[in-house]
Structures are given as C-alpha cells and as structure tokens.
Design a protein around this ligand. Structure first.
Ligand code: URA
Length: 210
C-alpha cells in the first residue's frame, strides 16, 4: 500500500477549521468538498489517459483524453457521500457507484447494507471515498469487495487516518495495489474507536445526528 499525506498550507488550514467543534454543518460540508478537490488532484495522478489529436483555433496538436473504461468513484455511505461533489468536480466524467457499509454492534462485523456498482469491474481504476480511516475495518471490506469484482487499481481518499487503521490495512492487504491519499495522520484511536484529535463523527458533522 502506498500512503500519501498532502503537505500543503491550504490543506492544513481547511483541516484546522474542520476540526474546530464550533464549525457549523454548512461550513463543514463546504470545506469537506474543497479539501477533497485538493486531495483528488493528488489521488488522480495516475488516472489513465490516452493520446488524442485536437484542433486549436490555430493548429492541430496532440493532447490527452481519459481512457475507457471510465474511472469509478465509490463513496462509502453515509459520510463518504459528503466527499462526492469535491471529487467529481475534478473528474466530472467519472462513473459513480455506491457502497453502504456499517458495523454490526453485536458481532462487530462489517455488513454491506447497500450496493450499487457494476457487476464487472475488470480493469477499472476505482476511487473510494471515506473521510475517516479509524480501525480500517470498513475500508478493508470495501477494498476486498471491489477486488472480488475485478477492480485493477484502488485509490482510497480519506481526510484523516489513525496509525492503527493504516497498520491494519497494510497487514491485511499484503501486496494489493492500493493507494491511500490523506490530509493528515492523527495520533491514535480512543477507546470508542474515534480518531484523536480527529474531528468527531464525520457523518454527524456533515448531516446532523440521525
Ligand atoms: N468515524 C468518524 O466519523 N470519526 C472518527 O473519529 C472515527 C470514525
């Protein structure tokens, strides 16, 4: 797994406002979108393109177009949905699929409660959106699910990660071709599996408590 943490003053600034518990939901949502657009720039560094010929008003020249099959963006419900707009702003022709995953509070297993994805992902580049990489359980299951469908290269875009979650993914995914693009790696997880210092519950801060 390749881990990239964006080192940029605007990323650090936007993340600081997100962390602030007094930041209201509408501002939080807007900042998540902006931050994801910055992360998307790095996350799509290896997006496949192919040469095309174009005609400028002055002359014919060579350019590039996005290759087919188109990249697939997969927000993990619920909180990953808040990242979708920021990602598709940069790559508007991407296809979008959805995965709903949650932890069963009794067994602690990750259950997939919703899925809207192409059956066959052979050869696809997939961008998974999940703001908080805490224990790593959800991302691990999402990555395995996408590989089982045939995905070729998976890039996970997260706002924050705990070292414990990164270590778990590294241990369990072995040599799988997974990129992880982050705004920051925080100190640790607390006893409730919240990232410390973190930003709280990303889903609640985006959408309110339901
Ligand atoms: N999910 C969140 O929303 N926040 C955390 O700190 C950990 C997991």
């Amino acid at each position: 797994m390749r881990v990239t943490v964006l080192d940029h003053p605007l990323v650090a600034h936007k993340l600081s406002v997100l962390r602030d518990k007094s930041t209201p939901s509408p501002v939080f949502r807007q900042l998540v979108e902006e931050l994801v657009t910055l992360l998307a720039y790095e996350a799509t560094r290896e997006v496949r393109v192919e040469p095309i010929t174009i005609q400028t008003p002055v002359a014919e020249t060579q350019g590039v177009g996005l290759s087919r099959p188109r990249p697939l963006v997969v927000p993990i419900l619920r909180a990953g949905l808040g990242m979708l707009e920021g990602m598709t702003r940069l790559i508007p022709t991407a296809e979008v699929g959805f995965l709903g995953m949650a932890r069963d509070d009794t067994t602690l297993d990750i259950i997939t409660y919703a899925e809207r994805l192409p059956e066959d992902l052979t050869g696809r580049q997939v961008y998974v959106l999940d703001p908080m990489l805490a224990t790593g359980g959800t991302l691990r299951e999402a990555i395995k699910f996408l590989y089982r469908r045939g995905a070729e290269q998976i890039t996970c875009v997260c706002l924050l990660a705990a070292p414990e979650g990164i270590a778990k993914l590294e241990e369990e995914l072995g040599d799988a071709e997974v990129n992880l693009v982050l705004a920051a790696i925080d100190e640790r997880l607390d006893e409730n599996a919240y990232i410390v210092p973190g930003l709280g519950d990303a889903g609640d801060r985006l959408y309110g408590v339901v």
